[in-house]
Design a binder for this molecule. Structure first.
Ligand SMILES: C[S@@+](CC[C@H](N)C(=O)[O-])C[C@H]1O[C@@H](n2cnc3c(N)ncnc32)[C@H](O)[C@@H]1O
Length: 234
């Protein structure tokens, strides 16, 4: 693991992310007993929708920006809209994917999303804040870890070099309406997920978790302990 704080994520990290996603979906298939429907929130390049489609799921991608959406096979749906809006309905899907976008929402938006999705299997792949006193690789974009409305986390400044208009139009990987997002510590996010009705969450921790500050939270309401389904096989 390269612990140079300025280093970019490696190819291995991206491959590992795809592998963990694939394993998470296999796990969800075990929980549901079938391959079902899913929505890929903040889909961006739609690679995860396409992987899910290739694995036999009925995928719908959603993003507030269209610039990175490739030509998609007809079976993959696309919704052009905001996660925070009523343009999509969690009840229409068996599984919710929230990959690389939860950390672009502010605390209110995150709580509204969790409230809407209560009880649904959801896979969240998100950045996390390190506990107080531990260094972060995100420099001044990520503030000090503190307590906000009962959660521990840090404020993340979205594309600080862009104003609101420019961020919306050109910050293709960034948040949309909110200039600041909320990154919780891992323990705090687990607690929030429990409070919103997911008693069973397994996480995948990358090697050097403190460095990558990112993990998967695979959330469902069914206790899989002892079934051989929990955990990951890579
Ligand atoms: C970092 S990219 C993640 C892309 C992909 N899901 C991944 O994990 O690689 C974040 C994506 O979320 C989208 N996004 C950010 N805020 C959004 C919102 N409020 N509603 C819908 N999409 C949003 C951005 O347009 C961008 O495509």
């Amino acid at each position: 693991m390269n612990n140079d704080l300025s280093a970019k994520p490696s190819v291995v990290y991206h491959l590992l992310r795809q592998a963990v996603f694939e394993q998470s979906l296999i796990f969800m298939q075990g929980v549901l007993g079938k391959k079902g429907t899913l929505i890929d929130l903040g889909a961006g390049h739609c690679a995860f929708s396409r992987m899910a489609h290739a694995m036999g799921w009925k995928a719908t991608a959603l993003d507030v920006r269209k610039e990175r959406v490739p030509d998609l096979p007809g079976e993959i749906g696309f919704i052009h809209g905001d996660i925070n809006s009523m343009v999509w309905n969690p009840a229409d899907y068996d599984v919710i994917l929230c990959l690389g976008v939860y950390y672009h929402l502010d605390q209110n938006m995150q709580h509204r999303l969790l409230e809407r999705c209560k009880g649904k299997p959801i896979i969240i792949d998100t950045h996390i804040a390190n506990p107080p006193g531990m260094p972060t690789r995100y420099g001044r974009m990520l503030g000090e870890t503190y307590e906000k409305n009962g959660e521990w986390g840090a404020d993340y400044k979205e594309a600080p070099h862009l104003d609101d208009k420019a961020r919306k139009e050109t910050g293709l990987l960034a948040s949309y309406d909110n200039p600041t997002s909320w990154w919780q510590t891992k323990d705090s996010l687990l607690q929030t997920l429990h409070q919103y009705g997911w008693p069973h969450v397994w996480t995948f921790d990358y090697d050097g978790l403190d460095f990558v500050q990112r993990t998967f939270f695979v959330c469902n309401t069914v206790d899989q302990s002892g079934t051989g389904l929990s955990g990951i096989r890579i």
